[in-house]
Design a binder for this molecule. Sequence first.
Ligand SMILES: Nc1nc2c(ncn2[C@@H]2O[C@H](COP(=O)(O)OP(=O)(O)O)[C@@H](O)[C@H]2O)c(=O)[nH]1
Ligand SMILES: [Mg+2]
Length: 400
Amino acid sequence: METTELLQLAIAIVVIAAVLLLLRRAGTKSRAKSAAGVRERLGVEEAAPVKRRRPIREKKAVEEKAREEEEEEEEREAAREEAEEEEVAADEATAAAYKAGLAKTRGGFVARLGKLFGKKKIDATTVDELEEVLFTADIGPRAADRIFQSVKKGLSKDDLESSDKIWKQIRRTSKEILSVDAKPVDMAKKPFVLLVLGVNGVGKTTTIGKLATKWTDEGKKVLLAAGDTFRAAATEQLEEWAKRSGADIVKGKPQGDPSSVIFDAIKKGNDEGYDIVICDTAGRLHSNVGLMDELKKLRRVSDKAMTGAPHETWMVLDSTTGQNAISQAKTFKADMEITGIVLTKLDGSAKGGVVLGICDELKVPVRFIGVGEKKEDLRPFDAAAFVEALFSDAGSTDAA
Ligand SMILES: Nc1nc2c(ncn2[C@@H]2O[C@H](COP(=O)(O)OP(=O)(O)O)[C@@H](O)[C@H]2O)c(=O)[nH]1
Ligand SMILES: [Mg+2]
């Protein structure tokens, strides 16, 4: 073949290829057009291509999820608010119980202080009178002096002219005195063994009954040990509390050995999976040397029944006895390890300020306060709530 022929052939091929290409393109376009035409005629919208359908579904799912999360967050918020309201209500109940329990004490030395600072002009004689009121207030001489010095030395001359400033200082120092540095009660041991002691009639058995009620209500398995075998009535009284609270009890023979009752109770507590064993004890007068020996023996026997027991030893003090309660606590503490104080009968006492003296002189934490004879009349001690309630009628109520 000649070159010209070859060239012509090549051109023809290119032209044919170009024509074929053009024809294919036109075909696709007209197919699309006809489909659009049919849709148009039928009045239907073009369905979203498969590729685009998924993002919309995903978008919807994301929106749905966001809405669900928002609703969940709203629910959580509502629950939080409810819990906070309950907390406030619980605090209000505590504050009310403290306030009622300290009414008589407020009528005592706090009212006298109120009269002092209610005067139009506070001057040097007011400060002298403050000293007198504090020292005769059943709060113990050390606590009285500490509060007095904090006012006299801690405030400037100008501040001393303001009753609000003086009240604030009294509040602040009282709270400092009451905030005894102590480890919180560790009830993790099983059983947790609590020994309760104190002189006759201070409220040991009643306090044990209230504690048993509180702890059984919390779902704990509680066992009481009737360690006061000197008086038959004491065991009956504890039995009554056991029945009322749903706790179990280990009793001894009348006039029997208290340490054998406590030994048996701790053993039973250990063997039968009790959470708490509370041991009641007899409390003849603290001047009775025999009692101290007896109590020391109880501690030794407890440790034999379960190494490390008792885990806490609480002394019960009757606030109506005022400074006598401080001297009782001092005598006991000289001989025994005391890890906590329960101060009873605040409701009937004008001498509730004694708790200041107890905390200041003994440096033992007050664990609970008794504000009545009923099972619910036992409150965990709270220094801030105590100070608030004690001085609630007086001057500025700003927290110290
Ligand atoms: N008003 C009041 N009375 C209490 C309180 N605690 C105990 N009592 C009463 O004090 C009396 C002696 O209590 P009790 O538990 O038998 O003292 P115990 O001898 O130490 O065991 C009883 O009449 C109790 O009802 C309290 O917090 N407030
Ligand atoms: Mg008793």
